[in-house]
Design a protein around this ligand. Structure first.
Ligand code: NAD
Length: 361
């Protein structure tokens, strides 16, 4: 198998919170370099420059794509801009890491998948930043499930109880028209984990949710912020597996931001993400047999906002670029995670169960 130690030249589009997180990780990795970044917002550029002084700054990403010799582009712009930025990067032929959600709805995701097909280049990777797969506790849970610890998996429940959405540049995340809605914007991570673990296609979604507590008195150009801040979502999979999401964004007092619990016919596994703890309880051993283990990223992993997940994501993507492998988190994975979130919003708005076939047709 081919292996290349080539210095990978990165360009970053959008250097707000997440773009800078990527830069911090990349400067800690050997044989790669952030050579340029693009952002129309000067304070974001000034901040990014402190992290990577040698990079060339652009206020226009099209100019950066035209002028720079890049191997990989990271897209970390607001969700509603992903569609247009992705198209330009796909046509440029570079490897792409696009932040989640791929796009704000299924229609846009599909357009991007079509453009990827038209511009397809063997060996070119398009990787979606669904990096919760790479947190220490979640990746350990995935490993245990894949090795058969649970037996036949039947139920997956994911609880995210956390603080409200942070303030973003231009307040883009205060409106569903920009984010795709909370269940797309935030929860695509969890729907991706469910589908990954289920090894099956999602078929039905039912949800209840609302904006009950947060941002109720926030107005921008006289329009009130419209972010859903709590929901229960049930996802039925073709193989009979059931997934459930329990989201609260006014739960600052949580010990764990995310708690993932999977139950099969042989065992139950819990992943407490903030505590980085896994609990395994086999049915045959009962309560007394429950085993707890602390899991941690290896010591060389840069710990960023997501417990080292971005660092692991970059390492794995670079490995695939260097060895010539496939993307681990594909546009199709990204589309399904968006589709479930979109179906959940539709279920809430229309007060009914939504079949995935309705929006994937
Ligand atoms: N993986 C994760 O867990 C995670 C966490 C946070 C954010 N995100 C995603 O990262 C993306 C960025 O979010 P953020 O939190 O960094 O937001 P942010 O507001 O902090 O930063 C976005 C930056 O993009 C810039 N921008 C806007 N339009 C642009 C354009 N056309 N070209 C270049 N730059 C442009 C803005 O000026 C800003 O500096 C979003 O898609 C978000 O969903 C992912």
């Amino acid at each position: 198998m081919k292996f290349s130690t080539k210095n990978l030249r990165y360009g970053v589009i959008g250097v707000g919170m997440m773009g800078c997180e990527h830069i911090r990780n990349l400067v800690a990795i050997e044989n790669c370099e952030v050579v340029a970044f693009a952002d129309p917002h000067e304070p974001s550029r000034i901040n990014a420059k402190t992290l990577v002084k040698s990079a060339v700054e652009y206020d226009d990403y099209q100019q950066m794509l035209q002028d720079e010799n890049l191997d990989v582009v990271i897209i970390a712009t607001p969700n509603h801009t992903h569609r247009i930025v992705l198209e330009a990067c796909l046509r440029r032929g570079v490897h792409i890491l696009v932040e989640k959600p791929v796009c704000i709805n299924v229609t846009e995701c599909r357009e991007i998948i079509d453009i990827e097909r038209q511009t397809h280049k063997a060996g070119r990777l398009v990787w979606v930043g669904l990096e919760y797969r790479y947190m220490a506790a979640t990746s350990e849970l995935i490993k245990e499930v894949e090795s058969g610890t649970c037996g036949n998996l039947k139920m997956i429940s994911i609880r995210e109880h956390r603080f409200p959405f942070l303030q973003k540049v231009g307040n883009w995340n205060r409106f569903s028209k920009n984010t795709g809605g909370t269940l797309v914007e935030k929860c695509c991570h969890f729907f991706d984990l469910m589908t990954l673990l289920a090894h099956s296609a999602p078929v039905r979604v039912s949800a209840s949710g609302a904006q009950d507590v947060n941002h109720l008195n926030e107005f921008y150009d006289e329009v009130r912020a419209d972010i859903l801040d709590n929901a229960f979502v049930i996802v039925d999979y073709q193989n009979g597996l059931r997934g459930m999401l329990d989201l609260s964004m006014f739960a600052e007092g949580s010990q764990n931001e995310q708690e993932i619990c999977v139950v099969g016919d042989g065992a139950k596994i819990e992943a407490l993400v903030t505590d980085s703890l896994i609990r395994i309880g086999r049915r045959a051993s009962g309560r007394d047999g429950v085993v707890e283990k602390l899991v941690a990223q290896s010591s060389d992993v840069v710990q960023g906002f997501h417990g080292g997940a971005s660092y692991v994501e970059h390492r794995r993507m670079q490995e695939k670029i260097r060895y010539g492998g496939e993307s681990e988190v594909t546009l199709q994975d990204g589309l399904l995670s968006v589709a479930i979130g979109q179906a959940a919003h539709m279920s809430i708005a229309e007060g009914r169960i939504v079949k995935l076939a309705e929006i994937l047709k």
